[in-house]
Write a protein of this length. Structure first.
Lengths: 214, 352
């Protein structure tokens, strides 16, 4: 059984927000959860910035040691291998964006047996705005990762300007992507202020953690 | 305007350049702006433009000199240490009167510094980091929608005055995400022809693009022409925003991302009964001295807030000219000030 989850996708597709929300949700349900921030391509807005918050929920947060949390260098903390293999832990991988970010999965390939890979898409982002574009980058990322993807995640949003129509428009596109790729949409991410909206797929309500300080 | 999309600052600026008819981009990756270079590598292919990753920033700026000489709308983007490397070429371009847009996504310094957001390159960008008597129009956006508008405007200003123009963004502006609407793209074919560009002299007089004259009297004449141009830019191109300044008792001055953070500090102050306001320069050259001078007559305290040790502060003092106290609050090296911290700094000053 695939107990772990890896969130992958293009820059700014919402991987980090979904990874943190998933970790918190599972921790609240009493699971033993560890989140590894493997994003070595973004300089900021990474899940490591929310380490204290996640630790309050009892989540083990795996990040590069000491001052290196501020770097954008390819450091894979050795604990990553442990949490992927330990059957008592649900490991959540927050993977960096695009081809360069996802390359880490190839490196972890021998340890990915228990990990389902979720391809996160916001159809209001450049380069993933049409079915053809999404499939193009789906293929690109998959070949770079050297692992198969298990699920799609519909995460169409405009931040605090998201509306129900925008979510639905994204789901429609993702349904078509699902047909063409043959992999299912695991869930639709919905901001907490729209938690009552109707969804075509399973609904996953997300709280915004990566807020700006003003 | 098209539909709203969710973009990073680096993508907003890149797409705006495409929409402004820019079809030539040279660049070299550096954090925190590499996504802009990456964005352009994808988009230039789609729109049939030229993307070239140079071997260094020194090469980049000289490629820009070449492309601009033949009339292209050309852009690059870099971050602090990379911008330092471009200075010689920028000075050459300023005197050769070559339009171009430079995006500097400023990070913590000096030296190698770090990769966090900063405004510590104000002196370099606004006062000229290269040699000689030149100035560059500089725009500092505080939202991604504004970054789109200013990038498009920068190309027009560059062409109108035949000068390099800088978009001063900090790392936060480059990396944050917001919904943005882009205007319809202009057709590069409709950009007015440049009657000075080197397009082949067959059948006409030869043209020259140079920053050189061995005769000091002639070089002085070239210099005076530049100064005339800067005078006109100062008269015509000042931009600023005023936030809650109608009834001010105290005034903040901040630009870019910090301007946005200070708006929250203004609201905190207003909740506590202090009539605070914000003056946000959008053009840093030309700095809006006159309007800031007028506003400073209404208050005793004009407090400057920057992610630096106090660089724009010097321009604020030149505007205020002693009419009010000019305290400063800043964070360095990539640390971002919080609204509460700024409010506390104001309170400390008001209790003095």
């Amino acid at each position: 059984m695939k107990k772990n989850m890896a969130f992958v996708g293009m820059f700014g597709s919402g991987k980090t927000e979904i990874a943190i929300n998933m970790a918190v949700k599972l921790a609240k349900k009493g699971e033993r959860v560890a989140l590894a921030d493997l994003d070595y391509v973004s300089p900021y807005f990474r899940s490591r910035e929310k380490k204290p918050l996640m630790e309050e929920f009892g989540i083990e947060v795996v990040v590069p040691p000491g001052k290196y949390i501020w770097a954008d260098t390819p450091i894979i903390p050795p604990e990553t291998f442990g949490i992927l293999s330990n059957k008592n832990i649900v490991a959540i991988l927050d993977v960096g964006g695009e081809e360069d970010g996802i390359a880490v999965l190839g490196y972890l390939r021998a340890f990915m047996k228990y990990t389902a890979v979720y391809f996160v898409v916001n159809t209001r982002r450049p380069f993933t705005n049409t079915v053809d574009n999404i499939i193009r980058y789906y293929e690109k990322l998959k070949s770079r990762a050297r692992v198969d993807f298990d699920y799609l995640v519909s995460n169409t949003n405009l931040g605090s300007s998201t509306t129900e129509d925008i979510i639905k428009e994204g789901e429609k596109t993702m349904e078509e992507v699902s047909k063409r790729t043959g992999i299912p949409v695991a869930f639709t991410a919905v901001p907490d202020f729209l938690e009552d909206c109707d969804c075509r797929f399973e609904k996953f309500v997300v709280e915004r953690y990566m807020k700006l300080s003003w | 305007m098209g539909e709203k999309v969710m973009v990073k600052g680096t993508e907003a600026i890149g797409e705006a350049a495409i929409r402004a008819g820019c079809r030539v981009y040279f660049g070299y990756p550096i954090t925190p702006q590499s996504e802009l270079t990456e964005y352009m590598s994808r988009r230039m292919e789609e729109v049939g433009g030229v993307f070239l990753q140079a071997e260094s920033e020194v090469a980049t700026v000289n490629m820009m000199y070449g492309a601009s000489s033949v009339g292209a709308r050309v852009m690059t983007s870099t971050s602090s240490p990379g911008f330092s490397l471009m200075q010689e070429g920028i000075s050459y371009m300023a005197n050769a009167q070559l339009p171009a847009v430079f995006v500097d996504v400023v990070r913590g310094g000096p030296g190698l510094g770090d990769i966090q957001p900063s405004q510590g390159d104000y002196f370099q960008i606004v006062k000229g980091g290269g040699h000689g008597d030149y100035r560059l129009p500089v725009y500092s956006p505080s939202s991604l929608q504004e970054a789109v508008e200013l990038t498009i405007h920068a190309f027009d200003v560059a062409d109108k005055y035949r000068t390099p123009v800088v978009i001063f963004a900090d790392g936060m502006m480059g990396q944050m995400m917001e919904p943005v609407e882009f205007p319809e793209p202009i057709d590069p074919g409709t950009i007015p022809e440049k009657d000075w560009a080197l397009t082949g002299a067959k059948g006409r007089e030869a043209r020259y693009v140079t920053s050189f004259d061995i005769d000091p009297y002639k070089l002085e004449k070239m210099n005076l022409e530049l100064q005339e141009k800067y005078k006109k830019i100062i008269e015509e191109e000042q931009k600023w925003e005023e936030f809650m300044t109608e009834d001010i008792e105290v005034l903040f001055v901040a630009h870019g991302t910090v301007g946005r953070i200070v708006k929250s500090a203004v609201k905190i102050a207003r909740e506590k009964g202090i009539k605070a306001g914000l003056f946000r320069p959008i053009s840093l050259f030309p700095f809006p001295y006159k309007r800031l001078s007028e506003l400073s007559e209404k208050v005793d305290v004009v407090m400057t807030v920057e992610m630096s040790s106090g660089q724009m502060l010097e321009d604020v003092k030149l505007a205020v000219l002693g009419k009010a106290r000019t305290p400063f609050y800043g964070r360095l090296a990539g640390v971002i000030p919080t609204p509460n911290e700024i409010f506390e700094a104001l309170m400390k000053e008001l209790r003095r």
